[in-house]
Each structure stands twice: as C-alpha cells, then as structure tokens.
Design a protein around this ligand. Structure first.
Ligand code: GLU
Length: 494
C-alpha cells in the first residue's frame, strides 16, 4: 500500500478554531494510525484575509495540543516550500499546461461586468454562473482586450452535462452536476492561484493520499475534481467530517457566544490539552466500546475513518468540563500548581516567584480544590476565602449561624484556639473534639457553625485542613467576628 500522507491546510487568518483543530487532529491521528506522514501546509494565497501572526497562532495551537507535524514551513521536508505564496511557479507551470491544452482560458471580465452579469441572472431567477463569453476568443480579440488594459484571470473550462462523482470515506457516494458549475477562476490576474486550484496542485505535489477536512468544503470538492480531471492526476481519498453544532444544535457562527471557539481561549481558561484532544476526537468519531477517556497515544492506535459519523456533532460544554476535571484530578498536584499560579498573579493575589513557604501553602490550598476543578482558572474564585481580610456569609451560612447552639460552640472553639500553638490539621481535630465534649454538640451542629464562621460558606473542603491553611490569627479573628455579629443580631431582635 501507498504510504499514507495527510495534511492540515489552514489559511493564516487568525487563531486556531476548535473546528479546524479537530480537522488537524483527525488528519494527524489517521496518519499516525497508519504509520504515515502528517503535513502542515499554509494556504496563504487569500492575502486580504491573512493576518500577522496567523501562521504562528496556528502552529502554537497545534503544538500545545500535542499535534506534531512531520513537514512544514519550520522543519522543511521533501515537498516544500510549504507556504502557497512560495509555490507560485508551480501553479504557473500547471496553468500554462492547461492553457496549452485548451483546458483553461484567459478571461477578460472586469469585476463590474461580473457583478452586472450576476445581478441579471439573479433577476431572471437563475443561479449565478459564469457565462463563458470569452471562452473562445481569437488571439487578436485577446490582444484587443489587453490593449484596453484588461489583465486576464485564468478560468477552467468546465464541461457541460457531466456528473461528477466521488466516494467519500464518510458520506459514501456523492454526486454533483457539472451544469451548476460555471467556468471558474483558477488564477487571479496578479498570478495568485485560487484555493480550489492551489489545493489540488499542492495535494498532488505533496503526495497527499487522504484529504480529511470539514464538511463545509464538500461543495468545493466537485471543482477540485474537475481540476484533477483536467490535469490528469489521480484523485485522493476524501473524507468530509461532520459539522460541529453549538449546544443548542444550531450551526455555529464565528460570533456564537454559546461556546468558546478558539484553542487559545481554552488554554487561557485553564483547559488541559489532553482534555481537549480527547473531547475533540469524540466530536464526530466514536470508538467501539463504551469507554470515553483516551490519551492521544491511544487515539493514534484506534482512530479510523470508518467510525466517523455522518451526523453533525453537538458540542456539549458540560462534557468538556467533565473531561477537563477528569484530567485535572489525574494530574500530579505540582503540574496543577504550576498552571494555577499565573491566575493568582493576574488576580493580584500573589507575587511571583514565591518563597518556599508560600509555595507550599498555595500548593496545599490548590490541593483542596483539585478534585472539583473543571477549569484551572476557576481556582482563584474558589479559593477566595484564603485571601480575604473580610469574609461574607452566604445565605445558607447566615442561617447556620442563627442556630441556638452557635454562640456556645464558637466561644468554646475560641478558647481552644487560645491554647493551641501549632495550627496543624491534627491539632485542630483535637481542638474540635474538645469543643464537642464541652458543648455536647456533635456532627453538623458542631462543624457547620465553625466552617461558616471561618469561611463564610456552608460547604467546602476538609475543615481542619481548611482552617489550618487560613491560619490561626485569621481563624480567631473570623470566629470572633461571627460571635459578635451573632450577639448583635441576637440583642437587636429583643
Ligand atoms: N485553507 C482551507 C481552509 O482553511 C483548507 C481546506 C482544505 O482542507 O482543503 O479551510
């Protein structure tokens, strides 16, 4: 069998979109599964849409996800250059061949004329299609138009009455009628190829065997097949992967705010790359069993085109959070700490670098929340109570403090606190036992008021660890305050 070669061919027009990242991922996984090559090609011929840093953003996004390419602009390779604008000679050669063989022609319509033609067709209720008036001009007529200052674009001569067929690895047989396709531009007047032309020339030149891309490109495929046909090249295997719909089951637009759309944003929110990779693979692909958790390495062994679904994939944000939480829980604490520190710094909670003691302290604080974190960035709000001078009671917390036994519990706890020196979880546990003895309160009626007094909240991680990390002085101060507010509200209600 031919060596499998796939490619991801982004236009450098911005950040790495989750849909494109999935296309790259599927192409990558397929190449790895078959021991083949994965190529990153930069399709930069649409210069009006290119943005500075667009190429870099694509590459950084892929690297972060762990999607490694074998050939591209940075590492070179046997079929470079890997930026389309650096391959203009190759497109020119192909255009020349098509012109010589009469399969393409010089076309002289100006943009204004094209627009007029389009409007006239629309007014007649026809689907716009190039009229082809200049298909068969004589060299003299061509010279006349050129003398007028018109610079020709090159159009492919599209045969009429042909059914264009291909067998898509996902969608099965797909047919298009060539009559719906007018002669289309393959090279612009300034010598830049159009996407449908460059894509074919490059896929052939780079020996691409499988073109795996989003379903939104399926309407381009018949044009590309016409180019293959005109050039007499063998056609690769196409696999058009299903659309990703937003959580409401609607088509996503770039401005859809119901989901986070760019890989960079996920990184900023504190998603782990392995969670995104796992999640994206399941957007349109399904493994054989029930298992849903897969590492990139495992996916490289399992991925197959046969198990890509035809139906659109619905983006389930809760599932992504669940997966991220899964990978956060599984990670060594040190890794989560490293990733969490910048959020604390940004929020003004910590100044980096930290000394040893402070680092140990923040590591322990973070460890309290590791089980429940679904976005690392959320650690700042979750751990808020460790950084505040003044805490606020939640509504539930307030109610807990209003119970009858509370002053006795808090007073007893305060007097225990006056006697402790070290403030470790063990010492705190012992102190709580003593409070239990002194007051006769146990379980919730003992722990809840103390938790609320010290944290403001009715729920939270392990109580003695939490108190220990808040620190003795703060805990004392907070319990004292809770007691005072209890006494105040008690007296005001008399
Ligand atoms: N440059 C195209 C895009 O960004 C590539 C399409 C293809 O894979 O053929 O969508």
């Amino acid at each position: 069998m031919q060596r499998v070669r796939t490619r991801y061919a982004p236009s450098p027009t911005g950040h790495l979109h989750i849909g494109n990242a999935r296309t790259a991922l599927f192409s990558y996984l397929f190449a790895r599964r078959h021991g083949g090559d994965f190529i990153l090609r930069i399709e930069d011929t649409d210069i009006e849409r290119n943005v500075v840093g667009g190429e870099y953003n694509q590459m950084e996004g892929l690297k972060w996800l762990g999607i490694e390419w074998d050939e591209s602009v940075d590492k070179g390779g046997p079929y470079g250059p890997y930026r389309c604008l650096e391959r203009l000679d190759l497109y020119q050669e192909h255009v020349k061949k098509l012109l010589d063989e009469g399969k393409a022609y010089k076309s002289y319509s100006t943009p204004e004329e094209l627009e007029k033609e389009r409007q006239e067709q629309l007014a007649k209720g026809l689907a716009p299609k190039y009229s082809g008036w200049d298909r068969d001009l004589t060299p003299e007529e061509q010279a006349k138009y050129e003398a007028e200052g018109r610079v020709p674009s090159i159009r492919l001569r599209v045969p009429e009455g042909q059914t264009i067929r291909f067998v898509d690895a996902v969608r099965g047989e797909v047919k298009f009628d060539s009559d719906g396709i007018g002669d289309f531009v393959i090279m612009r007047p300034d010598g830049r190829p159009t996407y449908n032309f460059a894509c074919v020339v490059d896929d052939v030149a780079m020996k691409i065997t499988h073109v795996i891309r989003g379903e939104e490109h399926i309407s381009n495929t018949p044009r590309q097949l016409l180019v293959y046909q005109a050039l007499g090249y063998p056609v690769p295997q196409f696999a058009h992967i299903p659309l990703i719909l937003n959580p409401a089951g609607k088509k996503m637009s770039k401005r859809d705010e119901s989901i986070v759309q760019f890989i960079e944003q996920y990184k900023q929110l504190g998603y782990l790359p392995e969670a995104l990779v796992n999640f994206m693979t399941l957007l349109g692909w399904a493994p054989e069993g029930e298992e849903e958790i897969f590492s990139l390495e495992e996916l490289c062994q399992l991925f197959s085109l046969e198990r890509i679904s035809k139906a659109p994939a619905i983006f389930d944000t809760n599932k992504l959070k669940w997966m991220n939480n899964h990978y956060i829980k599984k990670s060594p604490l040190e890794r989560i700490v490293e990733l969490a520190l910048p959020y604390f710094e940004k929020a003004g909670r910590l100044t980096l670098p930290l000394d040893k003691e402070k680092r140990e302290w923040i590591s322990q604080v973070i460890s309290l929340y590791q089980e429940q974190l679904d976005e690392i960035g959320r650690i700042v709000e979750l751990s808020d109570l460790f950084f505040r001078e003044e805490i606020e009671y939640t509504k539930e917390g307030q109610q807990i403090l209003e119970a009858e036994q509370v002053p006795a519990v808090l007073k007893a706890f305060l007097s225990e606190l006056d006697q402790v020196e070290e403030f470790t979880p063990n010492v705190i546990k012992k102190a709580l036992k003593k409070v239990q003895k002194a007051t006769g309160c146990r379980g919730k009626s003992l722990f809840m008021p103390i938790r609320v007094a010290a944290t403001g909240q009715a729920q939270g991680p392990d109580l003695s660890q939490t108190l220990s990390l808040i620190g003795l002085d703060q805990v004392k101060k907070r319990v004292q305050q809770a007691l005072e507010q209890k006494v105040d509200s008690g007296s005001s209600s008399i």
